[in-house]
Design a protein around this ligand. Structure first.
Ligand code: C2E
Ligand code: MG
Ligand code: MG
Length: 758
């Protein structure tokens, strides 16, 4: 310890330190008794020379010493009498008064005695100072002042008296005095160091005990030597049970390897599960490092353990939620992908075929829309339960979207034909879960599924492709009668072609590839031209003339149907205007096809009417045909718009009526002019009397609501005659009269200027 530090320490000594005051009182007790004895002896020795003077001095010293002994007794037994500070001051004053009394001996009485008595007094005073150094050592300040009060005047007297060898004597006393002070300071330094070490030890101990992680030390044989409180509470154990335990004897060996290796290779760590002696499961993060002695030899190790069970569980929970479907608890899309990653990375995938079934419920949208989402959810839950019950143990089941499920059966066979065979068995199992109706809230719901089956070939690693193929196959299955379809490359090619077509369609208007055809609508009795339907065609640069059935669904998917409809309306209006100009216009109207969803587009009626006006076409020259099926989907939202257009004079027809199963209430509420009966009803009319009866019923209903009726798809005379038999007022549209024709042919054949007629 350096000198400055020591001085600082002395400066900072607190008088209120109870330890110092106690030590001062206790240590002085013995020396006070010595002082009483010493002063009595001095008095006896000097009495013959100094008589009563020395007796009085001795009485003063003895009385003061007795008083100080009493003070000491009170300090011990009646401490409350004074404050600590007062106790300290009283001690210091009494001690210094004692010193002054002895100084009187060395500065006053010494002059009156013979030389050998003088030496006796010097010896006594030096001895007293030496004794005081020890007894007052508790407070270095008091000890130094006490000594100085005795020694400094004594040296002065030695010189004044010119005692024999007074120089030598004075130097000896000074050296002695300095040695006393140095010894005191040295013992102080040591005391301070010990105190500091103790403090450090306490801090380290507190750190060890209170650290928020379990700490333990172990020897080279892996016996636990010490551990802290946290380690005990971590594993709900006690010190006694842990200390002495050999790490090799712990039931869970997973973290022990790190502890062993730390002794050989330096710091190691282990993060993972751990089962405690009590059998409880934890998730721990641990570190182990070697513990070395002064010569750098490893004598054991130190282990740090943090309990991360809560954090780990929370993370696992999050991970689970991110990968599972909340409703059914099955894997969700992300979970499915993860699972597929595992499947393709497993060595078994190198040799074995796996199966994937992409399943979709057929009537699910209907259930959701008509019975509500709660029932819909119940159906999904039951489907998932049935799937798990009948297949859960051999495959992974995921729900990747609303009513779409994926079932993966991993590694079924080395051989393709056996794998295919298994696929058949599994698809049958899947379909079997739909045999019994789903009974939900006393409703008996019959649900069926469409299944696309993919054979995942060994070593095939493109998951995105697998999902894409599965998707295509499922849609193919939906269209098929069996509702089951296997993936084949032909299907994929078709899908790609459709994608290209969709891409080309986006430029079809720009490149003037679209064309308008017209099919006449005539009276059934006389084949008299009444009106016409405008039907779109696409002159594809490589594929030739395409029917709307091939590209209207693509236009819907690509979001460009609206653009096409405006083009149709504009083109039709331009033709009407042209025919009017040429004085050929003799039709009641021309009908165009509009998807119900488009009606609700912002500003549809205004834009529609504006277009007619700009082309100089009357509202009554146009009829809008809306298919019954698209009307059902958006009945509520389209009503107002249809009524608005009707008020403006635009005619409206329900197209493909009869196959959308709309209820009679629709017919009552919507004010259409015309019903177009779907071709389906006419197709078999000659061979199936029931169909004829059905058409007759539909005609009755139509007439009841004052609809004009157009029959679609009459292809031969026989069909026409049968229908005339039902109603002579009917209109019809069919190949029997004419196929749809391009505008020029249509105009040439059917539209004539009456003035030019011969
Ligand atoms: P739709 O509105 O019911 O049109 C009648 C369809 O029946 C036309 O087919 C027509 O060629 C066909 N057809 C008429 N008579 C007969 C017949 O005697 N026998 C047979 N086998 N077919 C007959 P197309 O032109 O292929 O149109 C199919 C459907 O595409 C249309 O059915 C209509 O829903 C839709 N469509 C046509 N043009 C457009 C359009 O510009 N916009 C929209 N959104 N859809 C259109
Ligand atoms: Mg139509
Ligand atoms: Mg139709």
């Amino acid at each position: 310890m350096n000198f400055r530090k020591l001085i600082n320490y002395i400066k900072n000594l607190q008088t209120v330190d109870k330890n110092i005051v106690t030590n001062l009182y206790l240590l002085s007790e013995k020396s006070l008794k010595t002082v009483i004895l010493l002063s009595s002896l001095i008095a006896l020795a000097l009495y013959p020379i100094l008589s009563n003077n020395i007796a009085l001095w001795a009485m003063a010293v003895v009385s003061l010493s007795l008083f100080r002994l009493k003070e000491s007794f009170d300090f011990k037994n009646n401490y409350q009498k004074h404050t600590l500070e007062v106790w300290y001051k009283r001690f210091v004053i009494n001690a210094l008064v004692t010193a002054v009394l002895f100084t009187a001996l060395g500065c006053v009485y010494i002059y009156y005695v013979a030389a050998y008595y003088q030496l006796f007094i010097v010896a006594v005073l030096v001895g007293l100072a030496s004794g005081a150094t020890t007894s007052l050592s508790a407070d270095i300040r008091v000890a130094i002042v006490y000594n100085s009060l005795i020694i400094v005047p004594l040296i002065a007297t030695i010189f004044i008296l010119k005692m024999p060898l007074h120089y030598v004597l004075a130097i000896l006393i000074i050296i002695y005095f300095i040695t006393q002070v140095m010894t005191l300071l040295a013992s102080y330094s040591q005391e301070i160091r010990i105190k500091e070490l103790e403090e450090e030890k306490t801090i380290l101990h507190n750190l060890f005990e209170e650290a928020p992680l379990g700490i333990f030390s172990y020897d080279k044989d892996l016996n636990i030597i010490d551990c802290n409180k946290q380690l005990n509470s971590l594993f709900d154990s006690n010190r006694e049970a842990i200390i002495g335990l050999n790490l090799n004897n712990l039931p869970d060996h997973r973290p022990i390897k790190a502890m062993k290796n730390a002794l050989l290779y330096g710091q190691q760590s282990y993060v993972g599960p751990y089962t405690s002696i009590r059998g409880e499961e934890y998730w721990i993060e641990s570190k182990a490092f070697p513990f070395r002695n002064k010569v750098n030899n490893t004598i054991g190790g130190i282990g740090l353990i943090e309990d991360k069970t809560k954090e780990h569980n929370a993370l696992e929970e999050l991970e689970y939620l991110a990968q599972h479907d909340v409703l059914t608890g099955l894997l969700n899309r992300r979970g499915f992908k993860n699972d597929m990653e595992k499947l393709i990375n497993d060595p078994s995938h190198k040799e074995l075929f796996s199966l994937l079934f992409y399943m979709d419920l057929n009537q699910f949208k209907g259930i959701n829309d008509s019975l509500g989402h709660t029932i819909g959810d119940e159906v999904l839950l039951s489907v998932s339960e049935r799937l798990l019950y009948s297949l859960g143990h051999e495959c992974k089941i995921s729900r990747i979207g609303g009513d779409e499920f994926i079932i993966v059966v991993p590694y079924v066979s080395h051989q393709e034909d056996i794998a295919l065979n298994k696929a058949n068995i599994f698809s049958e199992k899947i379909q079997n879960i739909f045999i019994d109706p789903f009974i939900i809230e006393s409703l008996h719901l019959h649900v069926k599924s469409s299944i696309g089956i993919i054979l995942i070939e060994p070593n095939y690693t493109n998951i995105e492709e697998i999902i894409r193929h599965a998707d295509i196959t499922m849609y193919q299955a939906k269209k098929s009668d069996s509702k089951i379809s296997y993936y084949n490359e032909d299907l994929d090619r078709k899908q790609k072609e459709l994608f290209d077509l969709q891409h080309d369609l986006a430029y079809a208007i720009e490149k003037s590839q679209l064309d308008m055809f017209f099919q006449p609508i005539v009276t059934i009795k006389e084949d008299k031209l009444f009106s016409a339907e405008a039907l779109i065609r696409w002159e594809h640069p490589t594929k030739g003339l395409l029917s709307p059935i091939d590209f209207i669904p693509l236009a819907i998917k690509a979001g460009i149907l609206s653009q096409i409809t405006w083009w149709v309306l504009d083109t039709v209006c331009k033709h009407i205007a042209q025919w009017k100009k040429e004085n050929k216009w003799q039709l009641e109207y021309i009908s165009i096809n509009v998807n119900a969803q488009q009606l609700v587009e912002k500003d549809f009626p205004r834009k529609f009417l504006k277009n007619l006006k700009e082309n100089g076409v009357e509202t009554s020259d146009i009829m809008i045909e809306i298919t019954e099926r698209s009307l059902i989907d958006s009945f509520d939202t389209t009503q107002d718009i249809i009524n608005m257009l009707r008020k403006e004079g635009v005619k409206c027809a329900v197209d493909d009526f009869g196959i959308g199963y709309s209820s009679l209430s629709y017919l009552k509420r919507l004010s259409f002019n015309t019903l177009k009966i779907d071709r389906e009803f006419v197709k078999d009319i000659e061979f199936n009397p029931k169909e004829l009866l059905l058409v007759s019923t539909i005609l009755d209903i139509g007439r009841q609501f004052n609809y004009r009726i157009v029959i679609e798809g009459i292809e031969d005379q026989k069909q026409k005659e049968l229908l005339i038999g039902l109603d002579e007022e009917l209109l019809y549209q069919g190949f029997h009269f004419s196929k749809p024709l391009d505008a020029e042919t249509f105009s040439e054949r059917f539209l004539k200027d009456p003035n030019k007629e011969v």
